[in-house]
Design a protein around this ligand. Structure first.
Ligand code: PEP
Ligand code: MG
Length: 879
């Protein structure tokens, strides 16, 4: 018989897949801190959830019996029983997936209360108010979670009760009010479900476990999984745990505590707590919590115990911890611990401090950094020299600065982003429904909540700047206005926020680009020592090249020369070249472009002195440089009516546009096909590159790259072309420059051995390779069917973002393997967008490539990702 249920005492942190993150960590914590610090309980496994889903929502065989037995053991350990009329046991029923999904899955608290046990709880705790408050919370949560009754129904009833008694806070409702409210809640329950509120605790438990399982397949959780690439078939575990109470009076309380400052990474523990409150009050953001340091005055001994526990847990897990705790009448209980999600600056600071404290070695420390979050360190902040008026201040919840127009709903944020507008999402507080708005907005601003609020956690996780708990803001969602100290702002007004400092302003503060700080420099140095992959950059201008070099690029992996022709002063010359009717006039136009190209290359060689520079010869479909055919047709029409003298010129132009235009330009006359048809274009470019090389103060390392090769004869011809220009320039192929190709078509991967005979290097162009291998248009699919594919779990992320390992990845492995077999010294790199995606970088490391190349700002991310790849896979190859 499969074991579906584990007592906390049976689990460990290694059992995360089976017990979920929370279950595994609570079990581990029970061992490390001792059972007196962790309320007892048991975990129903993720496998049980998976079976439940497979069986169309029916519990696997044996689960109910195992739950009953585990409950018996729990009752025995606690010395109390569920539903007992004298001294009842209450339990929480919480979800716990393998990866944490904050706020996405359901939880039921205070389970075990009914019309009888509520009196037992009141007598036993000598706190009637507490007992009735717990009961009304339970009816509310159970109704909402297990039976889907809308939260507002209950909230409205609370508001009515408060209005009736003329009080403003929930805590001001007395016992009678709470008793009445509980009855109202039960009436709501009966009305909505057609059934009485269940009095049998076993039935309450059964329903709640099912509700947690069901929440795994709910829309909120699905959307979250898609965004965070969590597979649908993991399932969630369910943790049933004895309740302890933080709302039993002045010597009780609840809080969240981080073993270090979760925003800066500084060594002092941080967090929030609220006296006389349950955990949900702290994290919901509805009441503004107090700083953890104030606990010292409130209960010095408990504060000291908590600090000691945080140190112990951090040393045990060898990672910064994020914990939840409850103090029940002076006794401290730890409810949960997990590795803290943290913004980049805290992550790098922790890594550096942990090494200097001998907590971790460098490789271990590097592995604690999520390279995906490092973006935030590389993003703008307010110019420190700028003079501006602070309109309001709040909690610095997620670093980075942002400017944009005010919007008040997630839907408006999404719509604005689709219009290409920058917006700041302004809300009193946020919940799971707002997550899409976080993606769309440049920054988040809330008037309530602390560092552990939903808005803070989600924004930090995504690397969006956020200021929360800016209490001076009075937000009127209905009127779409926000009033701050006498200023009234409307939707569409511009504001700026600084999530690093917690400031809000209406001034147009200049933003400055991020500078890599000392801690970041330090971890990057370690990464450089540990990685095997080189990291280059994709850069088309000397400025980009310089910036990338500052960020650690070891050369250029892709210089797209067509971008150099897009500049306004060059477009007409480029157009004249393309429109030329014969070779001679084309050559004339090219002669004008040559010095400009040479100048570009000189700048780039200078910026990359001493480092390799891969320059790709012209690639794009020619039509990108042509005048718009419709506009031109209209001009012809006008000229005809006016009998204008330049009618023949315009007509010829239109004819030429039609000649050049193609149905599928991405699959048309681009890449080396252009070079074969119009060799003079490539000849001009090679002259420009090699002359720039000769002019450089320090001899550069130009690598001339032929794009979009399918056949070995293409590269053979192109290599010959480049070499003949090299000879004219008096430079030696293989010594003064090399010639290689992009591998970006499936055929090229299959015949990589043939192509490799004519190439000094391959650079995988995974953008086009993805497009052509999958038959997905790289320009269209992400706004068309990819969202549906994600929703339907056909794919778990866009193949243009992370390499499609089994398909496109296989082609890369094949091309690398057969290419190297035919040409052992062949240099292998990748310059598609995937070169800056951490997960893809690990793949390329394992595929045995020599380097990845990515946009300048992603260079540091790729350096860390490459080091992590080398730490995880020291051999670095599959074979
Ligand atoms: C590629 O196709 O991956 C590539 C880098 O080239 P481009 O994006 O310019 O087509
Ligand atoms: Mg390409």
């Amino acid at each position: 018989m499969t074991k579906w249920v584990y007592d906390f005492a049976e689990g460990s942190k290694e059992m995360r897949e089976l017990l979920g993150g929370k279950g595994a960590n609570v079990a581990e914590m029970t061992r490390v801190l001792g059972p007196e610090r962790v309320p007892a309980g048991f975990t129903i496994t993720t496998e049980a959830c998976v079976e439940y889903m497979k069986a169309q929502r029916s519990e696997p065989e044996g689960m109910a019996e195992q739950v009953a037995e585990a409950l018996d053991r729990l009752q025995e350990m606690a010395g109390k029983t569920l539903g007992d009329r004298d001294d009842p046991l209450l339990v929480s029923v919480r979800s716990g997936a393998r990866e944490s999904m904050p706020g996405m899955l359901d939880t039921v608290l205070n389970l075990g209360l009914n019309d009888e046990s509520v009196n037992g709880l009141a007598e036993n705790t000598d706190n009637e108010r507490f007992a009735w408050d717990s009961y009304r919370r339970f009816v509310q949560m159970f109704g909402n979670v297990s039976r889907g009754i809308a939260g507002e129904k209950f909230e409205d009833a609370i508001k009515a009760a408060k209005d009736q008694r003329g009080v403003s806070e929930d805590t001001e409702l007395d016992v009678d009010a709470l008793k009445e409210l509980t009855q109202t809640f039960k009436d709501i329950y009966a009305q909505e479900t057609g059934e009485d509120f269940p009095q049998d605790p076993q039935e309450q438990l059964r329903h709640s476990i099912r509700a947690v399982f069901d929440s795994w397949v709910g829309n909120r959780a699905r959307a979250y999984r898609r965004q965070n690439h969590i597979p649908d078939d993991w399932g969630t575990a369910v943790n049933v745990q004895q309740m302890v109470f933080g709302n039993k009076g002045d010597t009780s309380g609840s809080g969240v505590a981080f073993s270090r400052d979760e925003v800066t990474g500084a060594p002092e523990p941080s967090g929030d707590f609220l006296p006389n409150a349950q955990g949900e009050d702290v994290v919901s953001g509805v009441r503004t919590p107090r700083d953890i340091s104030e606990m010292r005055e409130w209960m010095p001994e408990v504060h000291e115990q908590l600090m000691e526990i945080l140190r112990k847990l951090e040393a045990h897990y060898k990672n910064m911890q994020d914990t939840e705790f409850t103090v029940e009448e002076g006794q401290l209980y730890m409810l949960q611990t997990r590795n803290a999600k943290r913004p980049a600056q805290a992550a790098v600071r922790f890594a550096v401090d942990a090494v200097s404290e001998n907590l971790l070695d460098r490789a271990q420390a590097l592995m604690t950094i999520d390279p995906g979050t490092l973006d935030a360190l590389l993003h703008p902040t307010f110019d420190p020299k700028a003079d501006f008026d602070v309109l309001a201040s709040g909690v610095n919840a997620s670093p980075g600065a942002a400017k944009g127009e005010i919007v008040f709903t997630a839907a408006d944020a999404v719509a604005a982003a689709e219009d290409g507008r920058d917006v700041i999402l302004v809300r009193p507080f946020t919940d799971a429904e707002d997550v899409a708005g976080f993606h769309a907005a440049r920054g988040i601003l809330t008037s309530e909540g602390g560092k552990a609020s939903h808005a803070a956690l989600v924004a930090r996780g995504m690397g969006r700047p956020a200021v929360v708990g800016a209490q001076a803001l009075e937000i009127d969602l209905a009127a779409k206005t926000v009033s701050v100290n006498g200023t009234k702002l409307h939707e569409g007004d511009r504001i700026a926020i600084d999530g690093t400092k917690g400031q809000v302003t209406t001034d147009d503060v200049p933003l400055v680009e991020a500078r890599v700080d000392e801690n970041f420099e330090e971890v990057l140095r370690w990464a450089d020592e540990l990685r095997r992959l080189d990291v280059r950059t994709n850069a088309d201008t000397p400025e980009d090249a310089t910036r990338a070099r500052e960020l650690g690029a070891q050369g250029i992996g892709l210089c797209r020369t067509e971008h150099m022709f897009m500049a306004e002063d060059r477009q007409p010359k480029m157009r004249a070249m393309i429109m030329a009717d014969d070779r001679d006039s084309r050559k004339e136009a090219l002669a004008e472009l040559l010095p400009l190209q040479q100048e570009d290359f000189e700048g780039i060689f200078k910026a990359m002195a001493g480092l390799p520079v891969t320059i790709r010869l012209l690639d794009p479909p020619l039509h990108e440089f042509l005048p718009n055919a419709e506009d031109l047709a209209a001009a012809v029409e006008r000229a005809r009516l006016e009998d204008a003298h330049d009618l023949p010129r315009l007509e010829r132009l239109l004819e030429r546009v039609h000649e050049i235009s193609e149905e599928n330009p991405m699959l048309g006359t681009r890449g080396c096909r252009l070079g074969i048809l119009y060799p003079e274009i490539y000849e001009m470019q090679v002259h420009a590159i090699l002359r720039a090389a000769k002019a450089a103060a320090e001899p550069p390392h130009p690598e001339i790259m032929i794009p979009l090769v399918d056949y070995e004869h293409e590269i053979e011809i192109m290599r010959e072309l480049v070499k003949s220009i090299g000879d004219q320039e008096g430079l030696e192929i293989g010594t003064d420059y090399t010639v290689g190709t992009m591998i970006e078509l499936p055929r090229a991967c299959f015949v990589a051995d043939r192509i490799a005979r004519f190439a000094d290097f391959f650079s995988f162009g995974t953008n086009d390779l993805t497009q052509t291998a999958l038959g997905f248009s790289r320009d269209d699919v992400e706004s068309k069917f990819v969202p549906t594919y994600l929703e339907r779990s056909i794919i778990d992320r866009s193949p243009f973002e992370t390499i499609d390992k089994p398909g496109v990845g296989w082609l890369v492995r094949l091309g690398a393997w057969v290419g190297r077999e035919a040409h052992p010294g062949l240099q292998l790199g990748i310059c598609g967008e995937h070169g800056g995606d951490p997960e893809s970088v690990v793949f390329f490391h394992r595929a045995g490539l020599d380097y990845v190349s990515c946009s300048p700002f992603r260079v540091p991310i790729a350096r860390i990702a490459a080091a992590q790849a080398a730490i995880r896979y020291p051999i670095g190859r599959w074979d």
